[in-house]
Design a binder for this molecule. Structure first.
Ligand SMILES: NC(=O)c1ccc[n+]([C@@H]2O[C@H](COP(=O)([O-])OP(=O)(O)OC[C@H]3O[C@@H](n4cnc5c(N)ncnc54)[C@H](OP(=O)(O)O)[C@@H]3O)[C@@H](O)[C@H]2O)c1
Length: 239
């Protein structure tokens, strides 16, 4: 049976979000692609898939923008079965170490990547609650957000943002603990050529990674008791 899926950060054709949108459309589902600015490749998909694809504009750094998008969507769609929080932002100093990086950039990365996902969950929660099955929230995290496995001296803003997203996930696990109609995980999606470059050594294209995740998410929908931070290969990952 087809489901209603929403993916944030879907406006970059070589990125993971766009390819998740494509994979779910190919699987027969109805998809909401959330973007910040126009994406011609999504317009092309819209021509192909028509009403099965809804393109929604929102800036997840703004509660007002996210709420306006949720209000707009609730006029078009009865419910959501799956929300994938994929959008991310990193600062220009992401590659720098502690002594070189401008620390004032960090808060914005955390705000968009972690608080942004929470804004989306809060605003779209009423639509998720209307799912007839188990509504699933998948927060796209990263191994870089693991505190216990941290080995880097750079990517400070990104690592902090993903660790914050993982904490948000666990807080919501507790919030939803008595409700077996909504489930939530944070997921390391694998090492992916999300820049679309052939010389990127990452083993997976965004299109390949998206299908691995699509299959994994269906497997995890009813798993309420397992570890909450998992990899694309369904391994438990330490927080
Ligand atoms: N590549 C890897 O190996 C790898 C590994 C681990 C985890 N991940 C995770 O996988 C996910 C996808 O990676 P990616 O490289 O495909 O992501 P990306 O393209 O860098 O970001 C996804 C989208 O987020 C959007 N975004 C940024 N700020 C936003 C805002 N304020 N409001 C709404 N949308 C906003 C961007 O929109 P604009 O186009 O408008 O800027 C962009 O299209 C990310 O969560 C990333 O952290 C990737």
């Amino acid at each position: 049976m087809s489901q209603n899926v929403m993916v944030t950060g879907a406006g970059k054709a070589v990125g993971l979000g766009f390819n998740l949108v494509l994979r779910y459309l190919e699987a027969g589902d109805n998809v909401v692609a959330s973007i910040r600015k126009p994406c011609p490749e999504l317009d092309e998909l819209k021509k192909q898939y028509g009403d099965r694809l809804t393109v929604l504009t929102m800036d997840i750094s703004s509660t007002e923008s996210v709420q306006a998008a949720a209000d707009e969507l609730s006029g078009k769609l009865s419910h959501l079965d799956l929300l994938i929080n994929n959008a991310v932002s990193v600062s220009p100093d992401c590659g720098k170490g502690f002594f070189e990086a401008n620390l004032d950039y960090i808060a914005r990365t955390v705000d968009i990547t972690a608080v942004g996902a929470m804004r989306v969950i809060k605003a779209f929660y009423p639509l998720l609650k209307k799912s007839e099955g188990i509504a699933l929230i998948m927060n796209i995290s990263s191994e870089a957000g693991s505190i216990s496995r941290c080995y880097r001296t750079n990517m400070i803003d990104y690592g902090m943002a993903k660790a914050a997203l993982n904490m948000a996930t666990m807080n919501l696990v507790n919030t939803f603990k008595d409700d077996r109609t909504i489930n939530i995980f944070c997921v390391h999606p694998g090492w992916i050529r999300t820049d679309g470059r052939a010389d990127n050594p990452a083993p997976l294209s965004s299109y390949e990674a998206a299908e691995i995740l699509r299959e994994l998410f269906e497997k995890k929908r009813g798993d309420f008791d397992g570890h909450r931070f998992i990899t694309n290969l369904d391994e438990d990952y330490p927080f």
